[in-house]
Design a protein around this ligand. Sequence first.
Ligand code: ARG
Length: 718
Amino acid sequence: MTIFVENFKYMKKIFTVIAAALVAFTAAADEGMWLLPLLQKMNKKDLREAGCKLSPDEIYSINHSSLKDAIIQFGGGCTGEIISDEGLIVTNHHCGYSNIQTLSTPEHNYLMDGYFALTRDKEIPCPGLSVTFLREMTDITDILAREADNAAREAKVKELVKSARDANPLCEVITEDFYNDNVKYLIVYKVYKDVRFVGAPPASVGKYGGETDNWMWPRHTGDFSMFRVYASPDNEPAEYSEENIPMRPLRHLKISLKGVKENDYSMILGYPGRTQRFQTAAQLEQMVKENRVRIDVRTVRQDLMWDAMCSDPDVQLMYASKYASSANGWKKWQGEELAFKKLDIIGREKAKEAAFMDWVNQDPARVETYGGALEKIEGAVEGASEPTLALTLLTEAPFRIELVSAVSRYGNAINSVLRGNPDAGQDEFVNAAKSLEGFYRDYVEDLDRKEAVALLSYYRDKADKSMYLDSLGVGFEDFASMDIQAYVDYLFDGSAFSSSEKLGAALEAEDYKERIMKDPANILYNAIIAKAMILYPALYKTQTPLAEGSKAFAAGLLDWEKGKASYPDANFTMRLTYGHVLPYSPKDAVYYQYFTTLEGVMEKEDPTNPEFIVPAKLKELYEARDYGHYADSKDGKIHTCFLTNNDITGGNSGSPVLNAKGELIGLAFDGNWESMSSDVMFEPDLQRCICVDIRYVLFLVEKLGGASNIIAELDFAK
Ligand code: ARG
């Protein structure tokens, strides 16, 4: 939801500043997640100087096909690219992970064993997975600035969205805010919903190094998977159907097998998720505190999951995706905390704010517009701090009991039924339980019982008494003194939500509503929500000052740096980042080469550690040097991964790494440990983007996967 600031003088003034700031010119390569429609104005010269052989218009155009037409948002949170004229997609293995897991069973374990469809009919539909193409994005800030007030602006937005919808049938139209709500774009997307799994290496290759190597260099992960987008016979988006055919895209990427050298130009188009580069020191300090809460609780839960996964391969498959996504954030925040200290991120942010305030204080007009911004933000952060920490603990501890998520999902399903049909009867209630099929598929009650004991004990230990859960059942009225193990037994023994059979039976009973209402898991869920609700008034009070302060601060920064090209924080819209292939030095006396090889995969092998198993077939290929066209022309080795200084974040995973001509040379898949503060500040000497070499990807497709059908479909640059 957008919060417009009801202050005209301010709006007008800010608008003039933004308009001036955004036509400025001196961009420098490396740092920046650039907005595509502004490349022409901001980056044209710099792109050329950095070595790019394409014009901004060849990267992004709304008049003819351009590079951006080959890039997709994959699912909700990753990037992918189209690499054939029949809609073949490549993205990261960790992006396809949960879909591949969902398709896997102990008998057909595509996740652990790998899979390649050797014919089209072996491509497997992935219900719920969609991919999104960007059609165009248009800055509507100035149109809105002409409107008289908040209500008029909202009406104008509706009108603009409606006319874009009318002009683009079969498309989705949204608006998105940039620069802390100082700029608004209208964005047109085309979403395709029939996406099928084509292939992936075994997890031992696609996730080689596991959590140990995650966020680290040197890296040897074959982090890719392949899908295909299908369309109706007239090439339009359609739900899954046997009639559908491989989509014919406006553009697909050509592939370069030449490899990379140090200092080569490289660029990435993709969908970076969230950064905090326009946040203040006060906000960053708060962020570190919240993340510490998350790290500590997740340690407790992940340890239990890990033990269960290690002792049972079925549990390992069921919990693979849940575990990986929890652990990914958990490790990221730890790295961020360390990097904040080591690189003095907060100190440097404070120094920047002091310099900014010096500049503001030189001019009464600036004081009037930006003078109060930092204080406003600080006040809001202070007001929200305690309740936010309490909410974080609540959502990371009791709310993570899986039985509670089952209730929450079922509640959502029922609410959506009731919205469409307020008189819904028993059949609809029974039917809504289908929304939990995926949940039960990957659910181990025994493990959840252990998690529940651990999470509730942890919560009791850490939470303020005012946040203790109320009346969880007869005999469990007092959270402070109750026997948690006894409560968890009571909870799971008595709840219908602990299995789909029990839930089905409860919903078939005559008193089904009563049973659901009185279900101990529902009571626990409601007790958690009730505690969240007591925090909301305090949080709500800080929203407007925070939004106003943040907006003025970002506008002030743009004004201060007028003449310097700027890019907004990442917000899941498509961006370009460009720079070069580079090594780095992580610490005194240590130098990291910019690429790794298959030799390193063999070096890291450890048959006793599930994260470092090398499949026998890969070893055979290595022993025989059976590398096809994919070995490096200079050293004859398979290059596995390489580094660039491109500026990326989560959401960019799977993004194409392109050479100066826009040909695919790799896939971005990670950032490096020494610059984990990168969402907040870019570190030119330390920050690297970790990419898997496209030659390693294709070597694995052809030699390990035996899928020469896929290779035959590709378009190689001469
Ligand atoms: N760190 C990567 C990212 O956030 C995800 C890597 C997934 N792999 C894993 N071992 N959890 O994009």
